[in-house]
Design a protein around this ligand. Structure first.
Ligand code: CMC
Length: 434
């Protein structure tokens, strides 16, 4: 018997059970032996929204929500954001160690040479309506890449996985930029291999008639920091979608599309766009108290506030605040910043938010910064999806190589009718109003 164990008395049968505790958890499958009789299926747990369930072992990202700590592979986010490039961090997240100089050179070269989109994918994008939301276009186009690379189905082959990882990290900024160009009716700009990852993205977004795009180095650096902050966040809604879909051995393009779809929702990555809309609705500092009252009355949520895990502060929001200073020096302050700072001040002094431990999350300030940097709100969530692709792929690799993982398949508590005889249509009577 394990030294750490939980003793359970089943009061239905008076039987006692010893359930081992390992890493602060019990295995849900160990509860299955708790039965009222041989015909009983056995005890299960009920955990809607996975409030208290570990679905995997993971060595990628560590979060201590009470202390506001976020680390990738053990390295504090503040150090990585201050000292690394995004591609260096992507390598760390994907392969477990920071790259040596030759490894980084090779990695950057590989990613740079996977940025082109097949011309058919470009034509696929052209089929969208001019006002299609960039996230919808991104999700669909990534999924469509599955048809361009049918060999990506070889998910158990490590070499094939590595190739798809490089393709996805390389092509995400290209797809993202093309969704923007499509919305604005601008011609697509091909990748430029002389530029860094973020500079090339800016080139594909914003280059017009100039023969060579010159990225503002302050904006490119700030974007790189934002990419680092968004690279992974352990078992959030989209990472969970990635793992669940990929657990059926669907190819990574389709699984990334599913993860990006999960990200698009306003409670997850879609919140950054919603924050900007909210600040527009509030309009001026004098309207904040009335807006907060409506939030407290449950009319709507304060977007960019609250987190399932962080109950103290979101360390990513802190890094954004220091990175924002350099951006605002170049661009001038975003007028919405004043409203956001005042909104934060008022909310953090309010009993409603204090009691529920609701603090600004990463999305509260990222949108303001993105807007100051020249990005339009409809592509904010796309800006989240580009770096998070590294995290989704790391979660996928870890899941696919974990011998304990199988196809994801939760149980349910069935609440419908147990069994009924079929009723022919002419005998069904008038149903209650639907
Ligand atoms: N504004 C007002 N009330 C809130 C908010 C908010 N933003 N967030 C949570 N609450 C309240 C909620 O109504 C509940 O109150 P009560 O106990 O009276 O019912 C209490 O706080 C606990 O909230 P919850 O909904 O049980 O918390 P959750 O862990 O299920 O949800 C969340 C987390 C992020 C979905 C939620 O806080 C939220 O909807 N925030 C706004 C959207 C947002 O900013 N999302 C971005 C998250 S960070 C980026 C990312 O990683 O995706």
């Amino acid at each position: 018997m394990s030294e750490e164990a939980l003793s359970i008395i089943d009061k239905r049968t008076q039987a006692t059970y010893e359930i081992p505790i390992c890493d602060g958890t019990i295995r849900a499958m160990d509860l299955r032996k708790i039965k009222t009789g041989p015909d009983d299926f056995g005890l299960m747990t009920y955990d809607p929204a996975f409030m208290n369930t570990s679905s995997c072992r993971s060595g990628i990202t560590f979060i201590d929500g009470d202390k506001g700590i976020l680390r990738y592979r053990g390295y504090p986010i503040e150090q990585l954001a201050g000292k690394c490039t995004f591609l260096e961090v992507a390598y760390l997240i994907l392969f477990g160690e920071l790259p040596t100089e030759p490894q980084l050179t090779e990695w950057v070269d590989q990613i740079t040479h996977h940025t082109m989109l097949h011309e058919t994918s470009k034509r696929f994008l052209e089929g969208f309506r001019w006002n299609a939301h960039p996230m919808g276009m991104l999700v669909s186009t990534v999924a469509a890449l599955s048809t361009v690379y049918p060999e990506a189905k070889q998910v158990l082959d490590p070499d094939s996985r590595k190739l798809q990882i490089m393709r996805l990290i390389g092509k995400m900024p290209t797809i993202a930029a093309y969704t923007y160009r499509h919305t604005h009716g601008f011609p697509y700009i091909y990748p430029d291999n002389d530029l860094s990852y973020t500079e090339n993205f800016m080139n594909m977004l914003w280059r017009m008639m100039e023969p060579k795009y010159q990225a503002n180095p302050v904006i490119a650096k700030a974007l790189d920091i934002l990419f680092i902050l968004h690279a992974d966040h352990e078992q959030n809604c989209s990472a969970n979608a990635m793992r669940a879909v990929a657990s059926s051995q669907a190819d990574p393009f389709l699984s990334i599309a599913a993860a990006a779809a999960a990200l698009s929702g306003p409670l997850h990555g879609g919140a950054n766009e919603e924050v900007l809309k909210m600040l527009d609705v509030i309009g001026s500092k004098s309207n904040i108290p009335a807006y907060i009252e409506k939030v407290k009355a449950g009319q709507f949520k304060l977007m960019g506030f609250g987190h399932r895990i962080y109950k103290n502060y979101d360390p990513r929001a802190n890094v954004i605040k220091w990175a924002a200073d350099s951006v605002f020096e170049v661009t001038g302050k975003n007028p919405k910043l004043e409203i956001a700072l005042e909104l934060e001040r008022i909310a953090l002094e309010d009993e409603y938010f204090i009691k529920r431990k609701l603090y600004p999350n990463v999305d509260f300030y990222s949108g303001i910064m993105y807007q100051a940097m020249g990005f339009s709100p409809e592509i904010f969530t796309v800006l989240f999806a580009i770096p998070r692709t590294a995290g989704w792929l790391a979660q996928w690799q870890e899941m696919i190589t974990d011998p304990e993982q199988k196809i994801a398949r939760p149980r349910q508590i069935y609440t419908g009718p147990m069994v009924r005889d079929f009723v022919p249509i002419e005998q069904r009577g008038v149903p209650a109003a639907v």
